[in-house]
Ligand binder design. Structure first.
Ligand SMILES: Cc1cc2nc3c(=O)[nH]c(=O)nc-3n(C[C@H](O)[C@H](O)[C@H](O)COP(=O)(O)OP(=O)(O)OC[C@H]3O[C@@H](n4cnc5c(N)ncnc54)[C@H](O)[C@@H]3O)c2cc1C
Length: 278
């Protein structure tokens, strides 16, 4: 039984769309007035036997939507996701009352191009940006001050992992201010795949050139796998991008231990704990 607290709403799963055994899109009724900006994250949790476990999830829905939407990957030995993946429509969970994060569109620096780079679930904040801007654009509003354009690259191992590919390709075909390209790093597992091949960080230079993106006029947003973030930043810094042109949202820490090559769990935990501090 989940009860709301001073800091949490008792939220409820409205629906879920299973992309695969370990990827799911959850539609959630946050359980109270929950305001956020496109690009922010919600903190969701579950309480079991008196122990509360909470984690950050980028919000894929637009602030215009009633339901809160998140795109979650199951981490088999994780503390929260195995329990989260048991939930069905009607089940309850905790949602912190306040959305957090600064991974929002940079409309202040004067850079009018926005290069959005993600791995799998890291597409979520970009879906929120585009849904929000599309709604404004459809209603005849100016989506953004000035002549801003969004260029999005999403990488995954296999084609079924993208989650939002059809939706994003639809926007890309319709609007003049958004481009989207998806790439798979294991194309041999999907012989019918006609799209880009290779890791998203390996395609950055190609698409920065193709889209004529310049360091002086382009803010870069990196979201998802920590190694992709590190590699992408390195590639673009070598191409002239300055430190202040990057916004990053690493979903976990991948400090490699000297032996074994396993992820350093304490760093991930510390990052999570610092994010969860109200
Ligand atoms: C700002 C922010 C936004 C986030 N948004 C999302 C999101 O939209 N969707 C999403 O699925 N996750 C997102 N995450 C990650 C999420 O908060 C959890 O860390 C993740 O769901 C794992 O939680 P867990 O309790 O099951 O595993 P934990 O018990 O926290 O982790 C167990 C181990 O797995 C590692 N690990 C954690 N995540 C992964 C992963 N994806 N792949 C491989 N190893 C991993 C950890 O470093 C740790 O070593 C976000 C994280 C942050 C900081």
């Amino acid at each position: 039984m989940i009860r709301s607290t001073e800091n949490h709403f008792c939220a409820r799963i409205l629906d879920r769309r299973d992309i695969s055994q370990d990827l799911s899109v959850f539609q959630i009724d946050p359980g109270g007035p929950f305001t956020y900006r496109a690009g922010q994250y919600a903190t969701l949790g579950i309480e079991r036997n008196g122990v509360r476990t909470e984690r950050a999830y980028s919000i894929a829905s637009s602030p215009y939507e009633d339901a809160l939407e998140v795109f979650v990957e199951l981490v088999p030995n994780g503390s929260l996701t195995p329990n989260l993946f048991q939930l069905k429509p009607g089940d309850s969970l905790l949602c912190r009352k306040i959305a957090k994060g600064r991974f929002t569109l940079d409309l202040r620096s004067g850079r009018s191009n926005h290069l959005l780079v993600s791995t799998v679930t890291g597409i979520a904040p970009f879906v929120s940006y585009v849904r929000t801007l599309y709604r404004d654009w459809k209603n005849g509003g100016t989506p953004m001050p000035g002549n801003h354009k969004l260029f999005c690259l999403q990488g995954a191992s296999r084609p079924f992992e993208f989650g939002y590919r059809e939706e994003l390709e639809g926007y890309s075909a319709e609007v003049p201010w958004f481009k989207y390209v998806s790439t798979v790093s294991r194309p041999w597992e999907a012989p019918g795949w006609q799209g880009e091949r290779g890791r998203v960080d390996d395609l950055l230079r190609k698409y920065a050139d193709k889209w004529e993106l310049q360091a002086e006029t382009t803010t870069v947003y990196l979201c998802g796998h920590p190694k992709m973030i590190e590699n992408s930043r390195g590639t673009l810094e070598r191409a002239g991008w300055k430190k202040d042109a990057f916004l990053e949202e690493a979903y976990y820490h991948a400090a490699i231990k000297e032996s074994g090559g396993k992820f350093e769990t304490r760093a991930a935990q510390e990052k999570q704990e610092s994010l969860l501090t109200p």
